[in-house]
Write a protein that binds this ligand. Sequence first.
Ligand code: ADE
Length: 222
Amino acid sequence: MHIDVLTLFPRMLDGFLTESILGKGIEAGRLTVKVHDLRGWTTDKHRTADDRPFGGGAGMVMKPEPVFAAMEQLQSPGCRRIYLTPDGVPLSPALAEGLSRQSHLILLSGHYEGIDQRIRDHIIDMEISIGDYVLTNGSLAAAVLIDALARFIPGVLGEEKSLTHESFNSKLLDFPQYTRPAEFRGMSIPEVLLSGNHDEIEKWRHARQVEKTRQVRPDLLK
Ligand code: ADE
């Protein structure tokens, strides 16, 4: 899969793309991500990417020309053009998994008070929100979306198996994990984990998942 990201703050994504599990998937070539500075498609000497809103009001609005020009240059047949915005459809595991099967995504991160509506009406296929809060910068939302879908691309997450256990694939939150030492500052780990009895361990883990989900996210059990 290839992902293009269009942003006014390209450097915000540098560390995210080179570190961690995601960086390995990128190294392995299963996922390629290219971050583009939208100002590269401005044509005036001040590289103006935003302007005051028609009809008045506070703040600045992202201009259509650089975004249309960038999209027209980068898009490919069948690609999905996505705008990250708090008033988009909520990101879910199912949505992330569906997007992970696409071959080309273009992510547009908005800034300031918004973007010209003609962009949304004419060159965006889908609008996605990562949660009910407003970030100052859509680049972080693009990073969250990339991270969430990259884990569904085979070979990006090191061990395939770890996905199947995880929260939200099963609609249950995770069970607690422990590692060596078994005794640390007087704190010991649950006996069952040392038993070597895999059926008992599975049962214990499932019970902890149900307990945790009931406490923290009862809505997932309905
Ligand atoms: N841009 C600003 N806030 C956002 C959010 N919650 N989701 C997606 N994009 C955003």
